[in-house]
Each structure stands twice: as C-alpha cells, then as structure tokens.
Design a protein around this ligand. Structure first.
Ligand code: ADP
Ligand code: MG
Ligand code: MG
Length: 876
C-alpha cells in the first residue's frame, strides 16, 4: 500500500519533493524540537493521483487522512467534529517551490453551528468563537466553493459602518455571531440554496480537494510559467492543529525575516498584529506593529522568538522567512522557508554568509537567482520621486528599467532630439516599431508601443539594447500624423513628459527622476566567484562600439553575434544599400557596395578596438532585402532622383521584393548566393579592419566570419569560396599573414540534421536559436503572441519557446548537431546566440550539451555568467 500521508515527525527537510516546502520544513522544525502545532502532510504524489483519478481523492488516501486525524485527536485530547470541545485544523497548500499567495489556505476547519456554541462555552470566549467561525465560513466559501471574497468583505464593511467602528476587533460577540449567520446566507444564496456544510469530514475532504485544485488555478499557472516551475510537480496539503492568535490581547500573529529582504541587512525584520489571525497581517486589515514592539508587549515571547529565529537561520544556513502565532502568551512557529529577496539583498546576504563562515563561495553563487540580476543592471525611479507619480496606464513590461523623457512620435525626431542629437531625454511612442526605427530606438531612454507583445520587434530590440520598453498598450489612442496620444484621461503632444517602468509595465504622467544602477563591490565579488566556477564562456550580441564597450564592462569575453545589417540603417548609409538593392547590373551593385565598405570597415575597427583583443563573430547580411527599401513617399522620391529612375520604376522594383513569407524567403546566405558581391564587400571590410587594428593596437585578432541560414553543405561551400578568395586577396594586398575562421549558423533544422557534412566546411557552429525555434515549431516569433496564451491556457505549452529553449525538440537538434559536428571535426567550436543565451535554464542546457560559449545581450552578460557557474556547480 502506498503511503500518501506523513505525520510531521515522520518527515524531514530532505523530503521536499514529496512533502512540499511547507510540509518538509514543518517536519524539520518538529524534529528540531520547536513549538509547532502538530499535524500531517498529504503528499504531492497524492495530488498527482487526484488528477490521475479524474479529480477524485481515492478511498485509500481518504482512509489514511482519517487515520492521521485519529492520531491528531490523541495528541490534542480533542475530537474532530466534537460539539463541546472540537479539534480545529488548518488546511494549507505547499508545493515544492514556494509560490507565495498563489494557492489557498483554510483556517478553523471543524466548526459548525453546534460546535461553535460548545467552543464558545469551553473557551469562555464567545467573541473569539464566533470570530473563528465567521472566518472559517468566509475562507471555505472562497477557497472551496469559489464564492467571491468581496461578498463577505462588503458585509463586514456594512456592519462596521452600522456599528460606527473602524476595526473588526471592535465588533462584539453578538456582532460576529450575526456576521456568521449573514455569511451562511450569502453562501446559501451563491450555492443555489445549498446549506453551508456541517459535517467536519465533508469540510475536510472539500478543503483537501480545493488545495489540490488550486494547483491549477489561473494565478498559479501564470506564476509557474514566470518562475519555470513544471506543471506536473503538484502540491502537498498540510493539515495542522489550529492555534489562535485571535484570542485577545495576549495573542497575535506575525511574519518575520532573519535579515532584511530588500536590502539584506542583518537583523530581524518583521511585523505582527495583536488579536488577529492568519492573513490579517498581510491583508492590511489593521496597521501591524514592527516586531521590536513585541519586546514591550510580550517580552518573554519576544526573547524566545529571537532565539528560535536564529536557530532556524543557523540550521538552514540562509535567511529565513517565518510565520508565527502567539496564543495567550504561548509562541508557535507555523512556517519557515528560505526567504524571497531582491537581487541587492540576495547579493548582500550571500556575501555576509560567506564572511560569517556559514556558507562557501560555491554555495553563495548558487544562492542568487540569476534572472534577478536584471534588477541591478537598469536604472530605477528615485523612490521619493515615484511616490508623487501618477499612473495613467499599464501594459506589458517588455524590457526592464525606468525611463522618463519627452514624447516623440517618429524615430527620426527621436534621433534628432535624443542621445547623439540634442541630448534630450526621449520616450519614443509608436503604434509599433520596425527595423527602420532602430536609430530612434537607440536614441531614446524608453519606448512605448500601442501594439505588440513581449516578443514584438520593439520588445526584442529594446531588451537587446537594454532600453526600457512598455509594449502593447491598447488603451492608448494615438494619432501618429498629428503627433498626439491620449491615455488615462490626458492628452500628450510632442515634447510632453511621460515616464515608463519597463519592469512593471506602468506608465506615468510627467518627469519622474531616475537613478543609474550601481554595481556594488559585493556584486563584483559574486561575479568573480562565478567566473572561477564556470566552464562555459560568455560572449555578447552587439552591433555598435557603444554596446560592445558596455558588454565588456559587464564581463563579456567577446562578441558571439555582430549583426551587420544593423550597421546599414543609419541615415547616411541606407541610401547606399538601397542603391545596391535597386541596381540592375553587377557593376552598379559593386559601385554601391564599394561606397559602403568604408562605413562597415569603420564600424568593425571601432568594435575590434572596444573589444581590446577579444574575439568577434561577424554575421553576414541576413534579413530579406525588402526591410531596407523605403515605404515613405518622400524617401521613394529621393531614391528615384538619386538613381536617375522614375518614381514608378522605383516603386515597381520595391514591390518586386515582396515575399509571401519573408522569414523563409530570400535572406541569409541566399543573398550571398545570388549577389556574391555582398559577401565580397563584407569580407573586405572585416579583413581590412582586422589587419589595420592588429597593426595599430597590437591585438592578436583572428576574424570569425559567420554565414547565416545555411541548410546545405554546398551552399556554405559556395559562399565560403567567395569569402576565402577575397580574404586571400586582401591579405596579399596588405602583405598580412592574418588567420581567419569561417563558420556558420545552425538555425535551419536541415543544417542540424546534416551537421556532420556541414562541419566539413565550417570551423564553428553558432546556434541561432530564435530562427531554429521558429523553423522547428513552424510558427514565427512575431506572430506567436496571437495564440500562445491559448496554448498556455490549454496546457499545451508551459512556457514561451522563444524565451526558454525547448529542450525536448529544439534542444535535441542542438545536441545532435554538436555531436555530429564534433564527430566530423573534433575541435569544432560551438556556441549559441539568440535570446536564449541569457536565459538561465537555457544556459544550463548549453552547459550540459557541451557548448563552448553562450552569447547574449550586453545587459544579460552577468546573468549568463552566473547561470553558467550555477550550471557547472549543479552538474558536477
Ligand atoms: P500561505 O502559503 O499563503 O502563506 P499558509 O498556509 O502559510 O498560507 O497560511 C497562511 C496563514 O494562516 C499563516 O501564516 C498563519 O498565520 C495562518 N495559519 C495557518 N495554519 C495555521 C494554524 N494551524 N494555526 C494558526 N494559524 C494558522
Ligand atoms: Mg505562509
Ligand atoms: Mg537567424
């Protein structure tokens, strides 16, 4: 017979997977001899069983639960369901990973109309008895029967008003009895005439089921997706003897941390409420007291609490987040866990614990959630200034950081006004952004779009640049032509100030002061440790010298992806690339391309210099050409004049570039196959830049040339031959013996499938997992936003495959390509570029399949460094 139920003393902290976080720590605290109201845990396996049995609790599980209840009755000397002195319990959820506030808890279970009378008599405290009953009815209705909480809160408010009191502690026993009756009426009404359940056994099974069910409530599903928690873990249920903080002035309930969770400062930090129960502290029913006040109110309890809190911290060797209740002067612990903390606090605590000799640097590195470093790397609002800010709307937190500036409606105007222009702080407001807006986006402090999701162009590009972005604000009424938008009842014209918080998605009126992120000494200390432990190298995706310098500052060991097309959108350059595109003959094309060489070479030189000798992988022109041609009538006219063509002819040429599916169209190496002169121009620019910087600065540069979107060995060979021919020509001209490497991106499934063949021509692979994901799933990143939500809801996908690498499918292609590639070429260097390079779970995967490096946005470099170290330590 399977064991579905564990009494607290039968468990331990090591049994987290089976007992959940709350249950295993209640067990551990019991074994430490701490004052814990006794109880038992129904396992996570029972939760899985419940779902497997069509959402039914099997007889075997029920039997074990009631057997444990009998045991609990013995310990407490009270009977469950007794009408004179009933045993009351709480029913609490508790998954493996803590999911604060995501699932539900029921207190005071076991009361009914008759038992409450006995309870009142036995305790000699009718006020307390009816308070407990009305709370139970409220929670049971809400959690088990999904009768909205607000129905009950409204009645409490009405009653307080009628009685002329402010706090629920001022309500009398009769008031509370009246309240309990009214609550039951609400229940009956909402349940189509069904009475509130009176049999404690029914109540208990209803509650256990509700906790199991809460594992799949929409809040919990979203939380899991955001925190990478698998849906099949399930939750445990804890059934625990009630202790009462609502018994009067020597009772109370509170929460406390052993260190400050927002700064990390050492010392107890917490709050409590006298004469209160459960969530009252968190719910803000009354203003709680700081824990230090407990030293005056109940000095003995305070001292005991301090001692036990320290005991817990020393035992778990980490900052603890504790819940406690005091019943008539007697202290009980109800929960402890390693506390959630901000990134600055996590760093402070980890370093302090190392200094206190409690943990090793290896443990310190594993204690910090890699993703959370994001908070440290972007500007934030000055807290005082933010208090005065008025929120006028909110949308998707597409790229973190805080920004304030003047509103501009076009990329050109943003560019003139912003960084590199007049130096104003700029917020670019667009219906949606396109590749042509890159420069304006670069010049802006923040970007706000009306359309588009978390993976829209604006969001992806903004994250890459580390620029704050709030996207998809459908409430905005915008007139881009008239340069005006309305939001939250206000109208904004060009030049008006707004502020954005890309971490929360909130939009504010006016100019809220921001502060730069500071990288403190401890942060560096953690990063240095991380660098010692990791084996995976970390490069960055960068296209400008400024981004490169920034990434180097953040610890990048080179560039894994330099997207050359981003160098062509500049106002001076785009006419030349357009000229190239519209050319009829090779000669014309070469002429236009020759004009581009100095620009491209200049960029490469500046980037090689910013890299100070670190390697750079240059990807050749990749996007479909239509992305470069003008759509604006003015621009079309200018181009026509420049080319000596008619406007109609230019338009016709541009229309010719139309593709039904540009993502799978004429792009990547296909461009170089049709127009070899493009590859020639780019090779000349790279080689000349490298040779010159090598001479000027003495860096030992070995250019890495990367051919994108290859699916066939011969295709790569074709382009490679062009590259080699030009490279050798440049070497001869410059009398240089510089070495260079030629490799390819693996981003088409066929390339992964034939990786052994491709490796015969490629010296390195870089997995372009954005395209590889699109092509493997068969849907585009830009369109996925339209249906992914339905997929989450239907539980088909748990996470966005563009944010978190799909290890099962796409990952298998990566793994296979690495194996096949290295079988053909033992020293094949393999890396990943694409958004996944900065996602911790994907980084761990890259470590496991033996990649040499990951490459990510500059702002994610520290995240990747830490994640790589954690991957190495956790997979030793
Ligand atoms: P959450 O996971 O949302 O924190 P909990 O299961 O911890 O939910 O319960 C919330 C609160 O309910 C606890 O902090 C505690 O104050 C109260 N509570 C839970 N069980 C008991 C109990 N057996 N006796 C007294 N209070 C309890
Ligand atoms: Mg809790
Ligand atoms: Mg690609």
């Amino acid at each position: 017979m399977a064991k579905w139920v564990y009494k607290f003393h039968e468990g331990s902290a090591a049994m987290r997977n089976l007992l959940g976080g709350k249950g295993c720590n209640l067990a551990e605290m019991t074994n430490l001899g701490m004052p814990i109201p006794q109880g038992f845990t129904v396992t996570t396996e029972a939760c899985t069983e419940y779902y497997n049995c069509g959402k039914q609790i099997s007889q075997e599980i029920q039997d074990q639960i009631f057997e444990a209840i009998t045991w609990l009755e013995g310990i407490n000397g009270k009977k469950f369901g007794d009408t004179e002195d009933p045993l009351l319990v709480s029913v609490r959820s508790g998954a493996r990973a803590s999911m604060p506030g995501m699932m539900d808890t029921i207190l005071n279970l076991g009361l009914n109309d008759v038992a409450v009378e006995g309870f009142a008599k036995k305790t000699g405290n009718p006020r307390f008895a009816y308070d407990s009953y009305r709370r139970f009815i409220q929670m049971y209705s809400d959690v088990v029967m999904e009768v909205p909480k607000s129905y009950f809160e409204k009645i409490i408010d009405e009653m307080k008003e009628a009685k002329g009191v402010h706090f629920d502690t001022e309500l009398t026993a009769d008031d509370l009895k009246d309240l309990a009756n009214r609550f039951k009426a609400v229940y009956k009404d909402a349940m189509n005439g069904e009475e509130f359940p009176q049999d404690p056994k029914d109540q208990l099974m209803g509650a256990v089921k509700a906790v199991f069910r809460s594992w799949d409530n929409p809040r919990a599903i979203v939380y899991r997706r955001m925190n990478d928690i698998p849906g099949d873990w399930g939750t445990a249920v804890n059934v625990q003897t009630m202790v009462f903080g609502n018994k009067g002035e020597t009772s109370g309930t509170g929460v406390a941390f052993t260190r400050n969770p927002s700064t990390g400062e050492k010392g107890i930090y917490g709050e409590y409420l006298i004469n209160a129960q459960g969530e009252d502290v968190v719910a803000g029913v009354r203003t709680p007291q700081p824990i230090s006040k407990l030293a005056e109110d109940l000095p003995e309890c305070y001292e005991e609490f301090m001692n036990l809190a320290m005991k817990l911290e020393n035992h778990f060797r980490d900052m603890q987040d504790m819940e406690f209740t005091i019943e008539e002067g007697k202290l009980y612990f109800l929960q402890t866990r390693n506390g959630k903390r901000t990134a600055p606090a996590a760093i402070q605590i980890a370093c302090d614990l190392v200094d206190e000799g409690m943990i090793t640097p290896e443990e310190a590195v594993c204690r910090i959630e890699a993703k959370s470093l994001d908070q440290l790397l972007h500007p934030t609002f000055v807290p005082e200034a933010l208090k005065a800010g008025e929120v006028i709307g909110s949308a998707l937190p597409a790229s973190p950081g805080a920004a304030a500036g003047k509103v501009y409606f076009t990329a050109d105007e943003a560019k003139d006004a912003g960084k590199g222009g007049r130096g104003e702080r700029v917020i670019l407001v667009r219906l949606e952004t396109s590749p042509e807006d890159i420069e304006g986006m670069h010049a802006a402090q923040g970007i706000l779009t009306v359309r588009g999701g978390m993976t829209s162009h604006a969001a992806v590009v903004a994250r890459g640049m580390g620029t704050c972005c709030v996207s998809g604000c459908g409430e905005i009424k915008i007139d881009e032509e008239a340069k005006v938008f309305e939001l939250g009842g206000y109208t904004f014209h060009e030049g008006d100030y707004i502020s954005l918080d890309g971490s929360t998605g909130k939009i504010y009126k006016g100019d809220i002061a921001t502060q730069e992120a500071t990288v403190s000494g401890n942060f560096e200390r953690i990063m240095e440790w991380a660098d010692q432990f990791r084996t995976l190298r970390v490069r960055t995706n960068a296209d400008t010298p400024a981004d490169t310098a920034n990434a180097v500052k953040l610890g990048a060991e080179g560039i894994g992806l330099c997207r050359t097309e981003h160098m062509f959108f500049d106002a001076e350059r785009i006419p030349k690339i357009r000229k190239m595109i519209l050319s009829d003959t090779v000669e014309q094309r070469e002429e236009a391309l020759n004009e581009l060489i100095p620009f491209q070479k200049g960029d490469f030189k500046a980037m090689y210099k910013a890299l100070e000798g670190r390697p750079m992988t240059v990807r050749y022109l990749d996007p479909p050409l239509h992305e470069f041609v003008p759509t604006d009538p003015e621009d079309i006219k200018a181009l026509a004049e420049d080319m000596g063509m008619t406007v109609e002819a230019v338009k016709a040429k541009c229309d010719d570039l139309h593709e039904f599916n540009p993502m799978m169209g004429h792009r990547g190496c296909r461009l170089a196959v049709t127009y070899p002169e493009i590859a020639r121009m780019q090779t000349r620019a790279v080689m000349e830049a490298a040779i010159e910087v090598k001479e000027e600065c003495g860096y030992d540069i070995i250019p890495e040339i990367m051919i994108p979107l290859v699916g066939e060995k011969k295709e790569l060979k074709f382009v490679k031959d062009i590259v080699v021919e030009t490279a050798e020509k440049v070497k001869a001209e410059k009398n240089s013996d510089i070495q260079y490497h030629i490799g390819t991106m693996i981003e088409i499934p066929r390339a992964a499938l034939t990786a052994d063949k491709i490796a015969e021509e490629a010296e390195f692979f870089s997995f372009g997992t954005n395209d590889l994901t699109q092509m493997t799933f068969g849907f585009s990143r830009d369109d996925a936003g339209k249906f992914l939500d339905s997929y989450y809801k239907a539980k088909i996908y748990e996470s966005d495959p563009f944010a978190r690498l799909d290890q099962e499918g796409v990952g298998q292609l990566v793994k296979m390509a690495v194996e096949k590639g290295r079988a053909a070429r033992a020293d094949l260097k393999c890396g990943i570029c694409g958004e996944h390079g900065g996602d911790p779970s994907s980084v761990e995967f890259c470590h496991k399949v033996g990649l040499n490096y990951v490459s990510c946005s500059p702002f994610r470099v520290p995240i990747a460094r830490l994640a790589a170290a954690q991957a190495a330590l956790n997979n030793k």
